[in-house]
Structure formats: C-alpha cells, structure tokens
Ligand binder design. Structure first.
Ligand SMILES: O=C(O)C(=O)C[C@@H](O)[C@H](O)[C@H](O)COP(=O)(O)O
Length: 348
C-alpha cells in the first residue's frame, strides 16, 4: 500500500508492504549518482546476508538510542565527508526510531541538507519515520536538538518486524495504541479487543496503517507543531522523563505516560475515564507500570520542565483529554502537576 503526503509541495510517498525494500528502493536510488547507507548495527547483523546483501559498503552505526548523541553522530558525519558526500547525493537510513531520528538529523545538517530515505525496521518507527521530525539527545533530555526535515520517501518493509524481540514489539505497540487513542474511542476499543490476550503482529497491520494515516493527517495540517501536532505527544511528557531516567524503550515509556495523561485528564477536566481498565491491560501485557510507583516525582519534574512544548515558566504544557473524544494542550502549574503525579504514584 502506498500513502502519499498532501503538503502544498515537496510531497513524498510512504510505501508499506512486505518484501518491498530492494525493488522499491531501486526506483529512488537510480536517480542519484551516489547513495550512502546508514544501517543500525543490530539490523545489519541480522540481515547482511539476506535482505540487505545487495548493499555494498554501508556505514554501520551504533544501534538504538546511543547513536543519538553528538559524538557518534559527528563520527558518522566525518566519515560521510571523508567519502566526499555531495549535496545531490542520497542517504538511506535503515533502522528503528533512534537510527531514523539521528540519520534524519545528519541528512538535515550535513552540507546544510542532503536528500534521505527512511527505511524503518521496527514497529515503533511506523511513528517516528513519518512527519519529518529529526532529533538527537542532550545531557538535558531527550530529542532536544533537531530539525523538521522531510524525507524523499519512507519504505516500510513489514518483513523486518518478524525479527523484533518482544520488548520492541511492546515498545512499538505503545505508539500504535497512542494513534488509536488520538483517532477515536471506537478505534481504541477495537484495538483493545484485538489484543485482549496477546499483541500479535499478524493482527496489527490494519492498525499500523490507520496509525500512519492518523499521524499523516495531523502532520499535514500542522507540520511545525504550532497547534494540533502537539496532540501526537500524548503521553510523551512523562514518557520522555521516564525513558531518559530508566532507559526503557520509548514506546513502553509512552504507555506509562498515557496512564499519567488519563489520570491528569480525569483530575483537570473532571472526567471518569476508567483508569484501571488501561492499567490492568498494560500490566497484563508486561508494561513496567511499577516504574510509576517507583519514580521520584521531583526528578521527573526537572526533566519535564525541559519539554519542548512548554512555553511559560512554572507551567508544563500537557496533552490531555478534555472529553473522551477531544484532545487539548493544557498549561498546568508545576506545583499542581507535582501533586497529581504524587497522587498517581499512590493510586497505581
Ligand atoms: O511526530 C510527532 O510530532 C510526535 O510527537 C511523535 C512522537 O511519538 C515521537 O516520539 C516524537 O519523536 C517525540 O516528540 P518530540 O517532539 O518531543 O521529539
């Protein structure tokens, strides 16, 4: 299936299907004199003699989140410059969300911008590869350095998902779940039902596609996150802090962050969202819900204060439900948030 973006210009396609990488990629690479491949070391280790054997001399980069720091990033940039990369060359980034974020950041800054193609290899990356956000981490927190920079295409070969360990499936599913919640209560309930017992990749394809479409619609209306794109950060305010502190996979932290968002929505907007329904479901699937009980609220707040959505000192901009169908971004006083997170710890 191909999904096309609908920006005013500079559009690109998201190709989603099994076993499409080589054939689909060749349609793009044929247009460039030089193509540089940045591949996550874990992905390359698994597929170098099979799906990726057609790639000659790739740059194999540090796997996962540890690639998203200045030092490994500069190393790869220096390598690209040493090879003589030119502005009219292409970079193909193959890996999960972290590789995509950092690879996209390299493409957006090297020579002030070189074309790139995302080849996401994880479930999580059905989210991060869409919408042109690139990022690396700082000692002050996650994703604090980056740019908006559209790829030339996204080639999502679902075959890669078959080798994912269960912790990665759980992580990616966090973003699938988030997209369903953003889409509608009906889609969320369908997803609950489809995954009541197990999260099985075979049943997820329609939800992944729906997730991509949901995200695309929002990103096209607000590419630079001035308004509705902030809704895509549902659950991320606490998630980024938990992920940064406890080094758990991003989407697993997002699930914990969603619990916090629902609890805070109930408090701020006097809603009656059945928190236990969500908490029990997440515990059943093995999400580390206990970290909410363990977290040091002051430490979390220090990280949350650095969130890019914040625009007023002493207030945190939080994505909340104001009714069961409607998301909103609400500025919450740090002292009030401290009280609510402390109560949530006791509530879980
Ligand atoms: O694309 C977006 O916009 C999102 O907010 C999607 C998030 O799920 C994604 O994880 C993003 O990288 C995190 O948001 P950030 O803006 O704080 O980096």
């Amino acid at each position: 299936m191909d999904i096309s973006t609908a920006y005013k210009d500079n559009n690109y396609k998201i190709h989603v299907a099994e076993n499409i990488l080589k054939s689909q990629l060749s349609e793009y690479t044929a247009q460039y004199d030089n193509v540089y491949y940045l591949i996550d070391e874990h992905v390359y280790g698994i597929y170098k003699n099979s799906k990726l054997s057609f790639i000659e001399a790739p740059l194999v980069v540090t796997g996962g989140e540890s690639f998203k720091y200045a030092s490994p990033l500069m190393h790869t940039m220096e390598e690209l410059l040493a090879f003589g990369i030119k502005r009219n060359d292409l970079i193909v980034v193959i890996g999960g969300g972290a590789t995509g974020d950092a690879g996209g950041f390299i493409a957006s800054t090297i020579l002030r911008g070189v074309d790139y193609i995302h080849v996401p290899t994880t479930l999580l990356a059905h989210d991060s590869a869409i919408g042109g956000k690139t990022a690396i981490n700082s000692k002050h927190g996650k994703n604090l350095i980056g740019a908006f920079y559209r790829p030339k295409a996204v080639i999502y070969d679902l075959d890669f998902l078959k080798s994912l360990p269960s912790s990665e499936v759980l992580s990616g599913f966090g973003e699938v779940f988030k997209h369903a919640m953003i889409h509608s209560p009906e889609l969320t309930e369908d997803l609950f039902q489809a995954t009541k017992e197990t999260i099985d990749l075979k049943t997820l394809t329609p939800f992944i596609i729906k997730g991509i479409e949901t995200k695309m619609t929002i990103v096209i209306e607000d590419e630079h996150e001035k308004g509705s794109r902030k809704f895509l950060n549902l659950g991320h305010t606490l998630a980024h802090a938990i992920e940064y502190k406890y080094k758990i996979p991003h989407g697993q932290a997002v699930m914990l962050g969603i619990i916090a968002s629902l609890y805070i929505s109930n408090q701020v907007y006097q809603l009656e969202i059945a928190l236990d329904y969500y908490v029990d479901y997440m515990k059943h699937h093995g999400y580390p819900v206990g970290l909410i009980t363990d977290m040091d609220v002051d430490e979390m707040l220090e990280l949350i204060k650095k969130d890019k959505k914040n625009h007023k000192s002493d207030y945190i901009s939080y994505v909340l439900f104001k009714d069961e169908n409607t998301l909103t971004v609400t500025d919450i006083k740090v002292s009030d948030l401290k009280m609510m997170l402390t109560k949530l710890k006791e509530r879980i």
